[in-house]
Design a protein around this ligand. Structure first.
Ligand SMILES: Nc1nc2c(ncn2[C@@H]2O[C@H](COP(=O)(O)OP(=O)(O)O)[C@@H](O)[C@H]2O)c(=O)[nH]1
Ligand SMILES: [Mg+2]
Ligand SMILES: [Zn+2]
Length: 304
């Protein structure tokens, strides 16, 4: 057998700094190193890999073209890829820590721009005393047609509906640190007997290295990517005018603006501002949009 025939395609299911966990076609999970310094695989990547003689490690030699990627600008103003090739983006917020809805909006903005389905999950409902407490922001998301789920990962409430919505999808779960992303994922995959900790263990790095992200299969099809908690998030937009595409109610209303290049800030005949005045567009979401525009301008000037 020649060397070439030993090369296979595999999926990146866990990333550490320069080492990866790979799932091979036969579902075997192996450790891998990366050939050279030029390629930077992320969770969800389909890669070419080959076994290394007399080693248990595999070698990743190339990344296949990505269908999509979740990116963010890093400290040095460069774009960092967080994950690739997913269908759905779940943003988790919770009762505590108190939600920063601007961060939620920025994740939703990223999903819209990538063209993947955004879903909002509000976790830790067990911490709310009594019943029937309406969270106005959740209603705003429902009003613009997003799927919104409320749940308690701890009490296993509302999990089944979420699992159903995610079946057969590759989903990335994002949100502020401490909202319960990992707890939620463990509940979602509880019946597939393959938890975050198991994958870390199987790839032999769990004890020594911080896992950046990990992909866990859902029984009955699909998978979930657990991403590490972030203190803040902003999508990498190429231009501040992209921000409007990330707010679906704003881009819909913008069709009726007097000027095709309306920025929805101070222009006359702006249907977006009219919508805010008439309360068909949430004032908070509009503020969030304006912050996103500001932030993008600051990022492009390298001031963030
Ligand atoms: N009360 C309550 N606590 C939860 C719930 N889900 C997660 N937690 C707790 O919140 C903390 C952070 O959870 P974790 O899953 O690590 O959050 P992550 O940083 O988003 O992955 C842990 O102490 C969990 O036990 C929930 O539904 N209710
Ligand atoms: Mg976590
Ligand atoms: Zn406008």
């Amino acid at each position: 057998m020649s060397d070439e025939t030993a090369a296979v395609t595999a999926t990146v299911i866990a990333t550490y700094s320069r080492r990866m966990g790979l799932r091979l076609a036969n579902d075997a999970i192996v450790d891998a190193r990366i050939k050279g310094k030029r390629i930077k695989p992320v969770c969800g990547d389909i890669v070419n890999a080959e076994p290394i003689d007399n080693e248990s490690d595999w070698l990743i030699t190339a990344i296949n073209d990505r269908r999509n990627e979740l990116t963010r600008p890093n400290m040095r103003g460069k774009v960092e890829v967080l994950a690739a090739n997913f269908d759905t983006l779940v943003v988790v917020a919770s009762v505590a820590p108190v939600p920063d809805w601007y961060i939620v909006d920025r994740y939703l903005c990223a999903a819209e721009l990538i063209g993947v389905e955004p879903i909002v999950v509000f976790n830790k409902t067990d911490l709310i005393a009594g019943h029937g407490i309406e969270i106005p922001e959740l209603q705003e998301y429902r009003d613009i047609g997003l799927q919104v789920f409320e749940c308690s990962a701890e009490k296993n409430k509302g999990i089944r509906k979420i699992r159903k919505a995610l079946s057969d999808q590759c989903t990335i779960v994002v949100g502020q640190s401490g909202v319960g992303k990992s707890s939620l994922i463990n509940e979602l995959v509880a019946d597939s007997q393959q938890r975050t900790a198991d994958i870390s263990h199987k790839t032999g790095e769990g004890r020594h290295t911080t896992v950046n992200s990990v992909m866990i299969p859902l029984r009955g099809g699909g998978s979930v990517i657990d991403s590490p908690g972030v203190r803040d998030y902003a999508p990498a937009l190429s231009d501040s005018s992209d921000a409007a595409f990330g707010f679906r109610e704003i881009s819909a209303a913008a069709q009726a603006c007097r000027f095709a290049n309306c920025r929805h800030l101070r222009e006359p005949g702006c249907a977006v501002k009219d919508g805010v005045e008439q309360d068909t567009i949430s004032y908070r979401r509009y503020e969030s949009f304006k912050r996103m525009v500001n932030l993008t301008e600051k990022l492009s000037e390298g001031k963030y």
